[in-house]
Design a protein. Structure first.
Ligand code: AMP
Ligand code: MG
Length: 438
C-alpha cells in the first residue's frame, strides 16, 4: 500500500514538473511526454530541423581571411581581366619576332623587366632581359627562355645570342586569357575553401558576405563528471568526455564550437542558471546528459526556464532515443543524451545537418553502402549501428552499450537501419553516416 502511495506521489510530482509550462502548447507537450511518449521518426526530426535551421539563417560581412569554410552569400565578380597584363612565363629575353634573323641571331640587350616594374618599351631591333611574371614590354611578342640564350658583353655593351627557332606568342600568358573583367567567378552558395579565399583576395574582396555560423556552446550535465585533469578520481566519478567529443566532431566538419570543460551539477537551479547565461552569448546550446525523465534530469526544465518550445523530445531510434530539440526565437538547444555513443551519433546525425541548414550549406547525404553480413534488430526503432569499411562493404562492429565509446574509435561511421524491418540481409544497401569528412 505504501509503495502505491509513493508511486502515486512520484507520478503527481512528475506530471506537475512536466506540466509547468505556461503556454497551452507546451502544457500539452508535458502531458504527452508522460503519457504518450511522443517519439518522432528520424525523418520527422530532419524536417523540423531543416525548417528551423533555415529560419535561423543570417548573413554577415566579414574579412575574407576569416571566412574559411563559410558559405558565400553574394556573387563574386572579377574586377579586372586576368591576368591583368600579358606576362612572361619564363626567365629569359623578350623581343619582337620580326626583328630576328633566321638561324643565328645577335640582339643588343637594352633593358630589364622584372615583376613589379611598370611596363617598358622595346627599342626596335633590341631585346629586353625579362623574368617570370614580369609585364611583357610594349612591342615584344616572344619570350625566349634563358637556357637557349648566350649572354655576351662587347666593349661594355650587352648582347644576346641565340639560334633556336622562335614564334610570336611563345612563353607569354596573354592579358585577359583566364578571365575577362566583370565575369562571375564564385556563385553565392559556394563553400569558401582555401582556393576560394585566394580568388576573393585576387579580386579585392577584403570583406565578403557569408552566412553566419551559429555561435555554439557544448557543455555537459552530471554530478559524476570531473575534468580530465583531475587527480585522485573517486570510483563513482567519470571524466567528462562528451563535451570534447561533440565539440571536436563539429570542428572536424569545419564548424566552430566552444567547449565548456566543467560539468554542470544535476540540480535545477544550476541547470537553469547555466542555460540562461549561455543563451545570452550563444545561438546554439548543446548539452549532454540529464535529458531523460528521471528526477536528476533537468535539461527539459532548463529549456522551459528559457521559454524555449520543445520541437521534439524523443526519437524512435537506438541509440539516442531521449534527444531533445527546443528553441526560442533567439536560441536553439539540443539536449543530447549523456551516453557517449548516443551523444556522438546524435551530433553526427542531427546537429551537423542542422548547422548546415543554418549556414545554407548543401546537405551532405550519407552514402548507400551494402552490408557485409546479416544484421538482426528486433525493436521497432531506427537502429544506428557502428560499422567499419572492408572491401567496399560495411561490417558491423560489436559494441557493448551506448556508453561504449571505445568501439567507436575503430568505426568508420554508423549505418542507419530503418525501424520497419528487423532483418537486414548481407548485400542490402543502407545509408552510412561517416564520422569524418575525409
Ligand atoms: P545521462 O544521460 O545523464 O543519464 O547519462 C548517461 C550516462 O552517460 C551516464 O553513465 C553518465 O555518467 C554518462 N555521461 C554523461 N555525461 C557524460 C560526459 N559528459 N562524458 C562522459 N560520460 C557521460
Ligand atoms: Mg546524468
Amino acid at each position: 500500500m505504501q509503495i502505491y502511495a509513493k508511486l502515486f506521489v512520484h507520478c503527481i510530482k512528475k506530471i506537475a514538473r512536466l506540466c509547468s509550462y505556461q503556454s497551452k502548447k507546451t502544457l500539452s507537450y508535458g502531458l504527452y511526454a508522460v503519457f504518450m511518449k511522443p517519439l518522432i521518426t528520424p525523418e520527422q526530426a530532419d524536417a523540423l530541423l531543416a525548417a528551423k535551421g533555415q529560419a535561423m539563417q543570417k548573413t554577415i560581412l566579414m574579412p575574407f581571411n576569416k571566412a574559411l569554410n563559410a558559405v558565400l552569400a553574394e556573387t563574386v565578380f572579377s574586377d579586372r581581366a586576368y591576368p591583368p597584363y600579358s606576362r612572361a612565363t619564363m626567365d629569359g629575353i623578350a623581343f619582337k619576332q620580326s626583328d630576328r634573323q633566321m638561324g643565328d641571331t645577335f640582339l643588343p640587350l637594352k633593358h630589364t623587366q622584372a615583376a613589379g616594374q611598370a611596363r617598358t618599351s622595346l627599342q626596335a631591333g633590341t631585346c629586353t632581359r625579362i623574368y617570370t611574371g614580369a609585364v611583357l614590354p610594349e612591342g615584344a611578342d616572344v619570350v625566349l627562355r634563358q637556357e637557349d640564350v648566350r649572354f655576351e658583353t662587347q666593349n661594355g655593351a650587352s648582347y644576346a645570342y641565340f639560334s633556336v627557332p622562335t614564334e610570336s606568342g611563345q612563353n607569354i600568358h596573354p592579358q585577359g586569357s583566364d578571365l575577362a573583367a566583370g565575369q562571375v567567378v564564385l556563385e553565392a552558395g559556394t563553400v569558401l575553401r582555401a582556393k576560394e579565399l585566394a580568388v576573393l583576395a585576387t579580386f579585392g574582396y577584403a570583406d565578403v558576405l557569408v552566412y553566419k555560423k551559429p555561435k555554439v556552446l557544448v557543455f555537459s550535465l552530471g554530478d559524476e563528471l570531473v575534468h580530465p585533469s583531475q587527480k585522485n578520481i573517486l570510483s563513482h566519478q567519470i571524466r567528462l568526455s562528451n563535451a570534447y567529443s561533440v565539440g571536436n566532431l563539429l570542428k572536424e566538419w569545419g564548424l566552430e564550437a566552444d567547449i565548456h570543460e566543467v560539468g554542470i551539477a544535476d540540480n535545477l537551479e544550476a541547470a537553469q542558471t547555466f542555460f540562461m547565461q549561455a543563451s545570452i552569448n550563444y545561438d546554439l546550446l548543446i548539452s549532454t546528459g540529464g535529458v531523460s525523465v528521471g528526477d536528476t534530469d533537468h535539461v527539459l526544465a532548463a529549456c522551459k526556464y528559457l521559454n524555449a518550445t520543445p520541437l521534439f523530445h524523443g526519437i524512435s531510434q537506438r541509440p539516442g532515443k531521449p534527444l531533445l530539440f527546443a528553441a526560442t526565437p533567439k536560441v536553439c538547444i539540443f539536449g543530447l543524451p549523456g551516453n557517449p555513443v548516443s551523444a556522438y551519433v546524435c551530433t553526427l546525425r542531427y546537429v551537423l545537418p542542422f548547422l548546415r541548414h543554418c549556414a545554407n550549406q548543401a546537405s551532405n547525404p550519407p552514402d548507400l553502402i551494402s552490408l557485409g553480413s546479416k544484421v538482426y534488430f528486433k525493436p521497432e526503432l531506427t537502429y544506428f549501428l557502428p560499422v567499419k569499411v572492408a572491401r567496399k562493404v560495411v561490417e558491423p562492429l560489436p559494441t557493448n552499450t551506448s556508453g561504449d565509446l571505445f568501439s567507436l574509435t575503430k568505426a568508420y561511421g554508423v549505418v542507419e537501419l530503418p525501424s520497419h524491418l528487423s532483418t537486414f540481409e548481407a548485400g542490402s544497401s543502407w545509408p552510412v553516416w561517416k564520422f569524418s569528412p575525409d
